[in-house]
Design a protein around this ligand. Structure first.
Ligand code: SAM
Length: 215
C-alpha cells in the first residue's frame, strides 16, 4: 500500500480541522477520520486529491463519499465501541474503516460484484476487517439482524421497511432519501418499538438499487 508518511498525516490533520470548521464536533469521529489513510483508497492518478473534502470516482460508476458526508452520517449514528453496525454500500471500504476505528463490529454489503471482490481483498490489507457480504442491501441482512446501527451510503427513494425492521430497540438508521439527484438525510430511531424521524440537510448520493431501492 501507499506509504502513510509525514505529508499524508499532515494533510489528514488539515482535513480534520476543516471538518470541525464545517460543524462536525464529535471528537471520536474526527479522531477516526484522522487515523484512516484515505490516500490508500485512491488510484495513483488521483492520489494528490485524497485529502480534499470531495467525493471521487472508484470505478463501476460509483464514488468514495465526501469526507464531510462520512463524518456527518457517522456522527449522527453516535457509535459506541461494540455496536453492531450494518453498512449498505461497501464501495471503497472507507466508511467501513471509519466505523471500525470507532470500535464497531461492522457488517457491510455491496451490490456490485467487482467492487465487492476488490474491497474484500484490499481492506483487510490495511488492517480493517468487517464482515463482507455481496447482494441487495436494500433488504438488509436479516440473517445477522438485529443491529444497533444501520448506515445507508446510497440514495433511497423511500425508507426500506426491511431496514427499520432489522433495528433493535434504541437502534438508529441514517439514510439519504429523495429523488435520484438530491436526497434529504434522515435519522430514524426506534423508541419503544416506534420510529422517530429527524430530518437534516440535502446530500447527493449515487442511487440505492434493488428491491427496496431504485429499480
Ligand atoms: N460507503 C462507500 C465508501 O466508503 O466508499 C461509498 C458508497 S457509494 C457512494 C454507494 C455504494 O452503494 C456503491 O458502491 C453501490 O454499488 C452500492 N449500492 C447501491 N445499491 C446497493 C444495494 N442495494 N445494496 C448494496 N450496495 C448498494
Amino acid at each position: 500500500m501507499t506509504e502513510d508518511n509525514y505529508k499524508q498525516r499532515g494533510l489528514r490533520n488539515k482535513l480534520v480541522k476543516k471538518l470541525r470548521e464545517k460543524g462536525i464536533s464529535n471528537d471520536a469521529v474526527l479522531a477516526a477520520i484522522g487515523k484512516v489513510p484515505r490516500h490508500a483508497f485512491f488510484d495513483d492518478a488521483l492520489l494528490n486529491h485524497a485529502y480534499e473534502d470531495k467525493a471521487f470516482p472508484i470505478g463501476e460508476g460509483q464514488t468514495i463519499s465526501q469526507p464531510y458526508t462520512v463524518a456527518f452520517q457517522t456522527e449522527k449514528l453516535n457509535i459506541k465501541p461494540g455496536d453492531k453496525v450494518l453498512e449498505i454500500g461497501t464501495g471503497s471500504g472507507y466508511q467501513a474503516a471509519v466505523l471500525l476505528e470507532l470500535g464497531a463490529k461492522v457488517y457491510t454489503i455491496e451490490y456490485q460484484r467487482k467492487l465487492y471482490d476488490r474491497t474484500r481483498a484490499f481492506l483487510p490489507e490495511l488492517g480493517y476487517k468487517p464482515f463482507f457480504f455481496f447482494g441487495d442491501g436494500s433488504k438488509g441482512i436479516p440473517a445477522k439482524a438485529p443491529y444497533n446501527k444501520i448506515i445507508v451510503t446510497a440514495g433511497a427513494p423511500v425508507v426500506p421497511t426491511a431496514l427499520t425492521d432489522q433495528l433493535n430497540e434504541g437502534g438508529i438508521l441514517i439514510i439519504p432519501v429523495g429523488d435520484r439527484e438530491s436526497q434529504k438525510m434522515l435519522r430514524i430511531t426506534k423508541v419503544n418499538g416506534k420510529l422517530k424521524k429527524e430530518e437534516y440537510d440535502n446530500f447527493a448520493f449515487v442511487p440505492l438499487l434493488g428491491e427496496q431501492g431504485w429499480k
